[in-house]
Design a protein around this ligand. Structure first.
Ligand code: IMP
Ligand code: MG
Length: 187
């Protein structure tokens, strides 16, 4: 049977069992690191971080709450970050004194995360750390301090497990590499 994603998929980069194992490891490490600190808030960046958050939190055995922010970058090409970042949905709660762990799908140029960090720092959390499923180190334009990284990946456009190809295929249980130069609907 042909699946709808197949015309767009070059190869599976990280399969679902590798993701599952790594997410469990990250959850266990976070559990160790935050045991006894209290006031942990997992701050998921919409939309890409959603699947990662919901799997990760199952492996975090310290009391915590979750919340969401929606951020988008705009003005560049479809798959190039311009460095201009906009908040589509901000937090409604005060994060002063809380231990914030940002949960993100991918760090590419670093512009989005740098923006989020500089914004949240002004709100005086007790601590501010980053957990990202994926990182593309070779694409970094601005340095971002990463505390937890699932996988470092090469400079390829990927989709699945929360990441989208033109808003599609976030539901896939694996991370796949997109065929070069293809847009959704053109396959
Ligand atoms: P940055 O600001 O360049 O670090 O870009 C970060 C954002 O771009 C991520 O939160 C994703 O939404 C998106 N992004 C970057 N690379 C990919 C990719 O390979 N697939 C899907 N989305 C990506
Ligand atoms: Mg994102």
């Amino acid at each position: 049977m042909t699946h709808p994603y197949q015309p767009y998929l070059d190869e599976i980069l990280i399969d679902s069992s590798a993701i599952e194992q790594r997410v469990r490891e990250l959850g266990e490490q976070i559990t160790v690191d935050y045991t006894g600190t209290g006031n942990l808030l997992l701050l998921c960046i919409l939309k890409g971080g959603v699947m990662f958050l919901t799997d990760l939190m199952r492996h975090i055995d310290v009391p915590h709450s979750i919340d969401f922010m929606a951020i988008s970058s705009y003005g560049g090409g479809v798959r190039e970050s311009s460095g201009r970042v906009r908040i589509d949905m901000d937090l409604r709660q005060d994060i002063a004194g809380k231990n914030i762990l940002i949960v993100e799908d991918i760090i590419d140029s670093g512009h989005t995360m740098q923006y989020i960090l500089s914004l949240l720092e002004t709100r005086q959390p007790a601590s501010l750390r980053i957990c990202t499923l994926l990182s593309k180190p070779s694409r970094r334009l601005v340095p971002v301090p990463l505390d937890y990284v699932g996988f470092e990946i090469p400079d390829k456009f990927v989709f699945g497990y929360g990441l989208d190809l033109d808003e599609h295929f976030r539901n896939l249980p694996f991370v796949g590499v997109c065929k070069p130069g293809i847009k959704f609907g053109a396959g």
